[in-house]
Design a protein around this ligand. Sequence first.
Ligand code: PRX
Length: 635
Amino acid sequence: MSNYHIKHLEEYYQVYRKSVREPENFWAEVAEEHFIWRKKWNNVLSWDFRKPEIKWFEGAKLNITENCIDRHLRTKGDKTAIIFEPNNPDEVAQYITYNDLYDRVCKMANVLKEQGVKKGDRVCIYLPMIPELAVSLLACARIGAIHSVVFAGFSSKALATRINDSECKFVIASDGSYRGSKSIDLKGIVDEALEQCPCVQTVLVVKRVHSEVTMKAGRDIWLQPLLDNASGDCVPEIMDAEDPLFILYTSGSTGKPKGMVHTTAGYMVYTAYTFKNVFQYKDDDVYWCTADIGWITGHSYIVYGPLANGATTVMFEGVPHYPDFGRFWQIVDKHKINQFYTAPTAIRALAKQNISFAEAQDLSSLRVLGSVGEPINEEAWHWYNDIIGKKKSPIVDTWWQTETGGIMITPIPFVTPTKPTYATLPFIGIQPALMDENGEEIKGNQVDGRLCIKFPWPSIARTIWGDHQRYKDTYFSAFDNKYFTGDGALRDEVGYYRITGRVDDVIIVSGHNLGTAPIEDAINEHPAVAESAIVGFPHDIKGNALYGYVILKETGEGRDHNNLRNEINQIITEHVGPIAKLDKIQFTSGLPKTRSGKIMRRILRKIACKDINNLGDTSTLLNPEVVQEIIDNAL
Ligand code: PRX
């Protein structure tokens, strides 16, 4: 018998030991007992991190939507699968049962088929947080198409890059989206993007805001009439365990975004198993993750993990501050949320508001609180624990990544004693290692180093779409035979992990991963800019904010700096999206560089953080004199 549901600490250690000593037996038992398969696997795991190649449940046949929907219909057909809470609190919430979900997913799947979508085709989904978003993911999975969701806050250029990279022929989009008191012209963004995307044949358009949009003849089709005529049954495509389920883009420290490829069986098993345990989900619970499905958190812990467990999962369309800062707590009270999963940036923003917003609502349904996306600082942790959890709802500080597919280091609530700012212990099956700069593993406790994982887990991304070499270089080349996360971590005296942050050029702003390279590329597009460098600096709410150092061309000198700053942020908004705007822009005559021409970001970071007493040795720089100029003019 597998231990699908861990209930106390001794059991955690016992199951953990088994998962490490006999990983294949362990995962085979979980897979066999808790999922339905059209055919069982021939081999549980084959792997080689040096190649790299990882396969789980090879030879098995399945369809993930049968596991997320069909199998629940007999016992839970009338249970609510998805609660849709609209942006506007006056609009009624929708309660979508498992029966309804089956009907909606089959109809959407049939529409996609009619439009010519085939197994293995990539479908780009660019939608706000409305039910059609979850339905679209599942409809793709139903027919074996690979979904590539692009967060609907990304700009047209970012959208175009992602569509072209995976050569999507189909796009599912909406006329617009609501965001608090504003509505956003998503169709306009799509139209602009598609000017650069010759591969796109068809755009299916959902009506959400009922705005005037232009529909391009022969390409754009309103979705609803097609759904109205579609059959509510769709035979699922039978997939191989290792067939790609989706592509999801994440920022790298250099170059274009990386299309992480997740495959079917291992992803399903791991997201389902982690969901059950990390949130201690029980049958009648109502679970809410506030993330957007445009990020991995939404894929794994709004859609696939919860639905594979037959759970009730909430989708919220809006933002934490609309109509006021009490919205999250109103929703908790309204739907009697039992598990609440959000990001530190939201917690910090809400903690700054009057306490009456939280106190006005009945939060007594809450049993487990989750945090994800960036380190949670001590102050925010205590506020969350005391004010929201009333010191009785454990906080699960879950560390993981787009690449890992599921939660990797986390407390198990009511099982693992929590400790502020610590993600605590590795989840079942996860074997972390801390490495030193010489590539040696650091053993023992009370140490810190670079965080690696020594052994594959079922939901690890298998490649980068179209660029396996980059996958190898990014994750498997820094340390021999190990997956390198890009994060630093420390291990305390009892073996708890604390993630200290990125050790590469990725900066996490409000929980969003931003690579420096695409932002610098955008800035350099400005006709007056010669060169630029971006670093992060601490910010009260966002965790980190961006600080840009910009060298102007001669043509830019003498121009009003504030105008230039606005123009630079405008270009960033167009190329990357508003989340990547800079908080501070300092104009400078030079940037500190090594003799080989590499920008010394370490120095720029310290200046941005006002930590100028310990800049280290600057004498080996090509241009040491520029450091003083930058310090003198720092913002
Ligand atoms: O630096 C870590 C940070 O977010 C990075 C992964 O970002 P992304 O792929 O966008 O996925 C975010 C949602 C899973 C990690 O490399 N991170 C994520 N969770 C935590 C965290 N840092 C500290 N504590 C966490 N709980």
